[in-house]
Design a binder for this molecule. Structure first.
Ligand code: ATP
Ligand code: MG
Length: 366
């Protein structure tokens, strides 16, 4: 079987370096390796509305913002099918059928959903959980299976979603006794530090909803300010003091971003991060020095991204065209899978087979 890759992002803000290491980097790699039949990237506007229903303009504005981030990192509409979730009509219909296969307690047990409910204050008495929000993992299962996707490049906060999708596939194929749906597999980053990049504020996750991010579109000055105000080791006061590496955000980010080449270029006193960590732990390395290095490492990543963004910023018509073309293709594929789903459920009535089957049934009864 040839691979079908699918991922997406919610158009809730600019993409950040956590998205980059968690999922975007893998997407570019997969795109360029070319070992796939089809690669889809979905802008999940309908999902974004589940917790932004009061602010649809935010979702609308971030469609192009997210597309610009995609194009700037080298995702290519010639190779990737970009599409808009809400414009694929089969998706809510597929979602509706899957909703019958999942219980309410199962939905609310999802650890990512649980923490998002707390983060958004939906667990307070005055607010409550929007039904659409609680349901989004099911709708995400529809997004994945509607394209026969088997590889899903994601960060680890998405693992419970993929697990939910896998349960639905198992249940659907089991109940209707057909190999209708394809089983999806998550594709996580190889580097453990990239699974879930923490926020600049030390929060467990860099997240566009928390505004604790270095954005792919930040300029050098902004990146510098953000890096130099990062949390290190509060007991590392004098340069000679031994420093703590664990829990030191600068090292967490270096784990995720720095390479041996970066050391050659910007910090030749050390061959690699292990050596630097050892030296820092022994004392003698100042926080300013490691922050300067981190800044250079991040700039090395962001400089070509900024250059590429300039190419696309004046090409909004081209971007919308690419989305429209991709969405058309996505509709064709999802309609095909919806047909398979309806066939498996037997919810097809306007045909000879149904008439004959029911005629026979009533004849036998009489
Ligand atoms: P929101 O707060 O609106 O949910 P988000 O920042 O969580 O936004 P998503 O659009 O939900 O971003 O996630 C897009 C992809 O990026 C997912 O595959 C997710 O796993 C990955 N991702 C998001 N944040 C991080 C992070 N801090 N580290 C690694 N991967 C991440
Ligand atoms: Mg998210």
């Amino acid at each position: 079987m040839k691979n079908i890759i699918l991922t997406g992002d919610r158009p809730t803000g600019k993409l950040h370096i956590g998205h980059y290491v968690g999922s975007l980097k893998n997407r570019v790699k997969l795109q360029n390796e070319g070992n796939y039949e089809k690669m889809y990237i979905m802008i999940a506007d309908a999902q974004a509305l589940t917790d932004n229903s009061g602010n649809p303009q935010k979702v609308r504005d971030n469609i192009i913002t997210v597309m610009l981030d995609y194009l700037s990192i080298g995702l290519d509409p010639e190779k990737v099918t970009f599409f808009i979730q809400s414009e694929v009509r089969a998706l809510p219909e597929i979602t509706a059928y899957y909703m019958n296969l999942v219980t309410l307690p199962r939905l609310l047990r999802n650890p990512t959903v649980k923490s998002e409910i707390t983060m958004r204050g939906y667990d307070s008495e005055s607010k409550g959980i929007p039904v659409g929000f609680a349901n989004y993992p099911i709708s995400q299962a529809a997004d994945i299976t509607a394209f026969d996707a088997n590889i899903i490049p994601v960060g680890d906060d998405q693992l419970p979603m993929i697990e939910q999708a896998r349960e639905i596939v198992r249940s659907f194929n089991g109940t209707y006794n057909k190999e209708v749906l394809i089983m999806p597999e998550p594709k996580l980053p190889d580097n453990e530090a990239c699974l879930r990049l923490p926020g600049l504020d030390g929060n467990a996750k860099m997240s566009k909803s928390l505004n604790n991010c270095i954005y792919l579109s930040d300029d050098s000055k902004t990146v510098k300010e953000k890096v130099f105000s990062m949390y290190t080791d509060p007991n590392h006061i004098k340069v000679e003091d031994p420093g703590k590496v664990e829990g030191n955000m600068v090292f967490t980010y270096l784990d995720a971003f720095s390479s041996d080449e970066d050391f050659k270029k910007y910090y030749p006193e050390f061959n690699n991060l292990d050596e630097l960590k050892k030296a820092y732990s022994n004392g003698g390395i100042g926080d300013m020095r490691i922050k300067k290095f981190l800044y250079e490492v991040i700039e090395e990543l962001l400089t070509p991204i900024r250059e590429k963004r300039k190419e696309y910023i004046n090409k909004i018509p081209y971007i919308v065209e690419a989305l429209e073309k991709g969405t058309k293709e996505a509709n064709e594929k999802a309609d095909e899978v919806l047909d398979r789903i309806k066939d498996a459920l037997g919810i097809r009535y306007f045909n000879k087979e149904f008439i004959e089957e029911q005629t026979k049934r009533f004849n036998e009864e009489n």
